[in-house]
Design a protein around this ligand. Structure first.
Ligand SMILES: Cc1cn([C@H]2C[C@H](O)[C@@H](COP(=O)(O)OP(=O)(O)O[C@H]3O[C@H](C)C(=O)[C@H](O)[C@H]3O)O2)c(=O)[nH]c1=O
Length: 181
């Protein structure tokens, strides 16, 4: 497992060691000891999630207040343009975004710490994401940052009109400048 730094020091990308042979491949997608050796972190995951998205679906940008979730995300089919935004108002990097391609091909994973918003654009015909979270989903604590807020400076590689859930489109999204918690 290789650790890759990002423009946000707390947001980490991992590349697993893949063992290929004539049958196919094997790799450890998560290992508590290896993760702790690489990061010094000991996350206690309580939930595994699996989502499938058609091309041009945008999910997010979501984060939870009150019950902040850390997430460890990977793509097992297709590819996504993955986005993480620092939502810690007191942080010098508040509002800064990092983008990463996660795909079944590169097998990269991204660690999204508590206090960071997460979302992605599906860039393949279909994309399937698996991810672990360190706290349970809490709808009343979920916040949605407007995925296309110009203040984020994110150049989304859309290949057509984005498919966005009503919640992310007009439900509760707010601009970065309106983030109060
Ligand atoms: C997140 C979640 C959702 N749900 C139910 C609620 C809805 O009936 C349905 C779809 O939920 P939602 O539209 O919020 O799913 P996403 O837009 O993929 O949400 C995710 O989007 C971005 C990419 C994230 O990083 C978060 O993990 C998560 O917020 O699943 C659950 O039952 N448990 C859950 O943990």
């Amino acid at each position: 497992m290789k650790l890759i730094q990002t423009a946000l020091p707390e947001v980490l990308v991992f590349e697993p060691q893949v063992f290929g042979d004539e049958r196919g491949f094997f790799f450890e997608s998560f290992n508590v000891r290896r993760f702790a050796d690489l990061t010094g972190l000991h996350p206690q995951f309580v939930q595994d999630n699996h989502s499938r998205s058609a091309q041009n679906v945008v999910r997010g940008l979501h984060y939870q207040v009150g019950r902040p979730q850390a997430k460890l995300i990977r793509v097992v089919a297709g590819s996504v343009f993955d986005v993480v935004v620092d939502m810690r108002r007191a942080a010098p990097t508040f509002g800064r975004a990092v983008v990463t391609e996660l795909s079944a091909e590169n097998r990269r994973q991204i660690w999204v710490p508590p206090g960071f918003a997460h979302g992605f654009l599906a860039t393949s015909d279909h994309a399937e994401c698996l991810y672990k979270t360190t706290d349970y989903w809490s709808p009343e604590n979920e916040r949605t940052l407007m995925w296309n807020d110009p203040a984020l400076g994110i150049d989304w590689p859309l290949s057509g009109a984005p498919i966005v859930s009503p919640k992310d489109r007009e439900g509760r999204p707010f601009a970065l400048a309106e983030a109060v918690e």
